[in-house]
Each structure stands twice: as structure tokens, then as C-alpha cells.
Ligand binder design. Structure first.
Ligand SMILES: [Zn+2]
Length: 212
């Protein structure tokens, strides 16, 4: 994430201001002890449209805004239950939760950047692309899974580590990354080399090609 922010700083020039939004929900979500990490917009920042504004969306989700444009990273609102994941039950995007989440961010986005293709990063992305007209920027596995859920290839850009893409005002650089291990194990490894049917179980959302 630091590298992404660094890239944005380079694109927009000057001492960009990075701001996390203060959400009243934090107080209700048992996150009081983290309140010192949250900074609200200052009146000065509101007078600077070129400033980059960062909104944390939960899990690994972020919205970046500048000059009235938006970029999304790993937006995931559904919160699939642990039981369904562990027991390999069907999981699917929760449209009500997605609609609620999108109410709090810009109605359209230039792109959705997805760091890898696990369900907690990609499950909601096809629906969010439909609702925000955003293009997907990610590895081949995430693109193939997204196409499997009905999105056209023309709405997807496959990137590899080192790739640089310019979309609207954004200059996006992909960096190599490694997935965290959970008890020494990376879950749902594997790639998807072509599109097929839309995934049903958590394990259908294969890791793919992690990038940052
Ligand atoms: Zn993951």
C-alpha cells in the first residue's frame, strides 16, 4: 500500500495530503482503541481538490480520490461467513451490502485494482464494476474469474509485476508481492488460465498472481 500511495504522490505532484475519513461507525464497531489512527478531513484539505483522499473500506479495501476522480483497491463488502468458507458452501456477493458500501463512496470509479484473486478481494468486484463503470486492473487469474462472472474482456486489464498503466489521471504501477501465510499455509493457491463458470465456493477463487 505504501508503494501505491507513493505512486499516487508522484503522479499528482506536490505534498499530497493523505487523509483517512472519520466514520462514526468506528465508534460502534468496537474499534475505539484505534481512534488515534483515524484522521478527519481538515478544512484546509477541502480547499485542495488535487489532494489525495484515502477512504478505508474494510478488509483490504480502499478508495483513492483526487480531482473528483476515484480509484478502488480490493473493495469487498459482502463478508462471507467463516462457516461457509470452511465448509466449502456456496458464497455469493451480497447485493444489499454492496449497495450500502457504495453509498459511502463515489458513484463511479476509473478502475478497480485487485491485489490477488481470493474471494475477500474479488468476490464483489464484478458487481462493483457494473455499478461504478470501473475497469479491472489485476493479474490474469482475477481477470479470468471476473470474465467468468459475465464481465467483458474489454473491461479488464491484465498486469504483471513491473507493468505501468495510465487510466484517466492515475498512473498505476504493479509491484511483485507474496501472500501472507496462515499457520504456515497459503490458502487456495493456484491460477485460472481461462474463463469458465462463475465461482461458487471460496476455494474457487484461487490466489492467482499476488501484486501490490
Ligand atoms: Zn488472500
Amino acid at each position: 500500500m505504501k508503494k501505491i500511495i507513493g505512486t499516487l504522490r508522484a503522479v499528482l505532484g506536490g505534498p499530497a495530503v493523505f487523509l483517512f475519513l472519520l466514520s462514526v461507525r468506528i465508534a460502534l464497531a468496537g474499534l475505539d482503541k484505534y481512534s488515534e489512527l483515524v484522521v478527519a478531513d481538515s478544512p484546509e484539505a477541502k480547499r485542495r481538490p488535487e489532494a489525495v483522499r484515502v477512504t478505508y473500506l474494510g478488509v483490504n479495501g480502499y478508495q483513492f480520490e483526487a480531482n473528483g476522480r476515484a480509484l478502488l483497491v480490493d473493495p469487498y463488502f459482502t463478508r462471507a461467513g467463516l462457516t461457509a468458507v470452511a465448509l466449502q458452501q456456496r458464497i455469493e456477493p451480497n447485493e444489499a451490502r454492496i449497495a450500502f458500501g457504495l453509498q459511502h463512496i463515489r458513484p463511479s470509479a476509473d478502475a478497480v485494482l485487485v491485489t490477488h484473486a481470493h474471494f475477500d478481494h474479488l468476490l464483489d468486484v464484478p458487481e462493483i464494476m457494473r455499478r461504478t463503470n470501473a475497469r479491472l486492473v489485476s493479474g490474469a487469474t482475477a481477470v479470468n474469474l471476473t470474465m467468468s462472472c459475465g464481465l467483458p474482456r474489454t473491461d479488464c486489464l491484465i498486469v504483471q509485476p513491473g507493468s505501468i498503466r495510465v487510466i484517466g489521471p492515475w498512473r498505476i504501477r504493479a509491484f511483485p508481492a507474496a501472500h501472507d501465510r496462515i499457520l504456515g499455509w497459503v490458502p487456495f493457491r493456484g491460477t485460472k488460465t481461462q474463463s469458465g463458470t462463475c465461482p461458487e465456493k471460496a476455494s474457487d477463487w484461487r490466489l492467482g498472481e499476488p501484486m501490490a
